[in-house]
Design a protein around this ligand. Sequence first.
Ligand code: WTA
Length: 665
Amino acid sequence: MSEGKSTTGGGAVESVQQETRKFPPPAGFASGAHINSMEQYEQMHRESLEDPDKFWGEKAAELHWFKKWSRVLEWNLPDAKWFIGGKLNACYNCVDRQVDAGQGDKTAIVWEGEPIENGQPEVRNLTYNDLKRETSKFANVLKSLGVKKGDRVTLYMPMVPELAIAMLACARVGAAHSIIFGGFSASAIKDRVEDAHSKVIITADGGWRRGKIVPLKQNVDDALEMTDVVENVVTLKRTDNEVAMKAGRDQWWHELMDGASDDCPCEEMDSEDLLFILYTSGTTGKPKGIMHTTGGYMVYTYLTSKYVFDLHPENEDELYWCTADIGWITGHSYIIYGILPNAVPTLMYEGGPNFPAEDRFWDIVERHKVTKFYTAPTAIRAFMKWGEEHVKKHDLSSLQLLGTVGEPINPEAWMWYHRMIGSERCPIVDTWWQTETGGHMLTPLPGATTAVPGSATRPFFGADVAVVEKDGTEVGPNESGLLVIRKPWPSMLRGIYGDRQRFIDTYWSEIEGFYFAGDGARKDGDGNIWVTGRVDDVINVSGHRLGTAEVESALVSHPSVAEAAVVGIPHEIKGTGIAAFVTLKGGQEPTDALKKELIAHVGKEIGAIAKPDQLRFAEGVPKTRSGKIMRRLLRELATSGEVKGDTTTLEDFNVIAKLKGKDEG
Ligand code: WTA
């Protein structure tokens, strides 16, 4: 485990500290915004904390409930219950409600596939009527496979409309989905289906990514060689590549859908019934299944979507696009669950940002006339590197608002986004939140908050975010501390699936009485919060969360490896890159071929995102006298090739000298 505190936020942190430029909401924007002054924000924020029952009771009433709650909140640290006794259905709020309101013909999802043929991409528009019919049919398919309320269904799919249909169909029947990002490997699938006891997997023959087919069904087949919990696999035909179908276990999506009835009423779910599990990385080798329930999550993601992206369904041109994959929390909350209840069309894009060329995103913005655009700092840094010419080719005048999520944004990237993409007229919302928080916790409100490049600014309504010392007292202005949340909020995680103790240890034991986020931060004299990055052994690679311990266990699972130590290092595009130090078992030769093999092995064990950028062979890794790996030293070494820091607790000084002598890979 770790020694000391990391600053894996990388090189961005230094320049963040000095940023003083300020960007008040553009005048034209503020006048039409839901929240349009700081006074309004401050008053609502105060009310939301002082009287959560009143504030959230009123906001929750904007959604559809089969039965109203009897109490808004019950809080027994660390367990929150929201909208107690209330009955609702997430799919109903995303789909049926718009149909009932006479908006069945309105576009709900605009989808674009990756391949371009004869200059034309494949585009599909799905209306709320389409979604009602398709989710009902697929809900009946799920029922025919024996899926019942309370079951867990695994989704391992490309970014196609059927992924949205499958997740909403799960919600329709009251089954919790567990979505696995398509970049994860067979071993990752096996671990997750076993942890969730999921008997059904929905997948596809493949998905398109940078012109290549991602072999999703093949990965599922490989995973199921290692476990027998799964009884049924449903496969969507997307790429037409050949796949094996196992009799008695595997069926085609289209064949099952052909015979399915389109009548399937939404199950009435309790507000606290599980909506989904989403696995995310922590500080041990085993990912944790974060649990989100129905009522609080739906209310919070609906409201943050409305206010943070300033969504206006009455504006016929409104088209929102979040570039995340639905396999991550950003896609769950801000492609599907928060956006659809706002009755604003959400764009889904299947493929890579540089296929067939580096202007693909801007081509999409121009052709579809996207109004609100939400992406990650790592993508912005890649666009900066690819060059302005790709942006300048396109008319981006439809854009009204830009957002970022996933890691601290360096002010240079913020300024580039503001200038090149937003033409200096679009507000930028830098949203800090986590898989565990379900929705935005720190964020500017685009019509009210003065943005400062690099700061996620202020807490959203209901969020009591603070920067504190270990004993829970707030630090002074501009002092570094730990980011905590002091009061329950509607979309907070309800636990880790099957691991109560880990839930308590990870989030509720570090700082008494508060939720500990795992991030470091400081608050400036204006009250803006600056998140500086993780202070635990979680790293943020291209905005994707990984545990250093996860990568270490993957390396150690290789027969040649005795020990491995993994650290995050600053990386120009990824934000944080991965450096691995590997000690081989006796008799193993430290060859370049083995280096390559080990990097590939990590890809196979976890997924391509976890492949180390550097791998060095070491005769030993530096440890404290109590046996903890000294990651700080390794980070220094991997970053600068030098070790200047304090080595007084180091057990064997020779180790550092030996490490320095090694080549980097
Ligand atoms: C980091 C993604 C700074 C942070 C929604 C957090 C950020 C982790 C920001 C959660 C931001 C996310 N500024 N850091 N705007 N957004 N982070 O669970 O370290 O994949 O703890 O959720 O990403 O990552 P996760």
